[in-house]
Design a protein around this ligand. Structure first.
Ligand code: NAP
Length: 279
């Protein structure tokens, strides 16, 4: 069996198109503000891409750039200004921040109604309690990719490798809400291979190239590869051995072109949601 390749680029494009259509019917334009502190090259590329995509769907993009040596007070003041600005519906603090800044403290200053990354305690609590809120973008996008293959996930065993606050934990919560039986694995998990072999849905978010081998995959499983690993030849690969896994899986996301494009599309979906909530 050769697995279906889950085309994240296509699914993300469809989502962006439906967002763009909805935006044309709104009384005003949703505004997404991105705060970039310092000059990390990867962050600059991400932010440029976010701004371009935001404008392509007809939203207003606001960029706030602060110097690498900006103080915590400077960043806090920027967040406060955006919190109070009625034309701003979403605020994103681009991570990682320079080491002298306390990311968590600053994230918690974002108005939860504008927290389009879903990282404030308010939105985390809403996710855990199953109430409607702003859900972190990459897990949200990953769930959409899983459901592009199978809508009803009830009773399936989902294994999430990784327990970060940014991805692993919210992903596990979303799968639990879909009535999966969820196992969260991490660096201290024993016999990861046999746990993965039981997974109807396997989500890998570790950051180790091709760590998940072909014989870890259950026949007919849905595989979501979140990992982004840059190899010596400058190419990018995921956490799953794609070529081997596709022989056993039902469906699998490629890297690149799988989860990655969904993240920005879901950021725009969150901005639209925050806008509608503000009406
Ligand atoms: P992270 O905070 O570094 O978390 C990595 C997780 O992997 C941790 O929970 C860690 O366990 C676990 N882990 C490490 N070694 C392991 C091992 N040998 N066996 C099992 N688990 C192991 O990373 P993250 O932010 O969640 O991101 C994970 C990957 O996803 C990265 O490659 C990142 O670039 C990628 N990512 C992609 C997108 C996207 O848009 N496509 C978005 C976010 C992240 P412990 O908790 O025990 O340390």
């Amino acid at each position: 069996m050769t697995a279906q390749r889950i085309d994240g680029r296509k699914i993300a494009a469809q989502l962006r198109q439906s967002i763009a259509q909805e935006v044309t019917k709104l009384p005003s334009k949703p505004g997404l503000a991105v705060i970039l502190v310092g000059d990390d090259p990867a962050s600059q590329i991400y932010v440029a891409k976010k701004i371009k995509t935001t404008e392509e769907v007809g939203m207003v993009s606001i960029e706030k750039r602060l110097a690498a040596d900006a103080s915590e007070e400077d960043v806090a003041a920027t967040i406060q200004t955006l919190n109070n600005d009625k034309s701003v519906h979403g605020i994103l603090l681009q991570l990682p921040l320079p080491k002298h800044l306390n990311s968590d403290k600053l994230i918690q200053m974002i108005n939860p109604a504008k927290d389009v990354d879903g990282l404030t305690y308010h939105n985390i609590a809403r996710l855990v309690t199953g109430e409607d809120g702003l859900v972190p973008c990459t897990p949200q996008g990953s769930l959409k990719l899983i459901q592009s293959v199978k809508k009803d996930l009830t009773g399936l065993h989902a294994v999430v490798i990784g327990r970060s606050l940014l991805f692993g934990k919210p992903m596990a919560q979303l799968l639990l809400q879909e009535n999966c039986t969820v196992t969260t694995a991490h660096s201290k998990t024993k016999d990861l291979k046999s746990i993965c072999q039981q997974a109807d849905i396997l989500v890998a978010a570790v950051g180790r190239p091709a760590m998940v081998k072909g014989d870890w995959i259950k026949s007919g499983a849905i595989i979501i590869d979140v990992g982004i690993n840059r190899l010596n030849d400058n190419s990018i690969c995921g956490d799953v051995d794609f070529e081997a896994a596709k022989e056993t899986a039902l469906a699998i996301t490629p890297v690149p072109g799988g989860v990655g494009p969904m993240t920005i599309a879901c950021l725009l979906a969150n901005t639209l949601k925050a806008y509608k909530n503000s009406l």
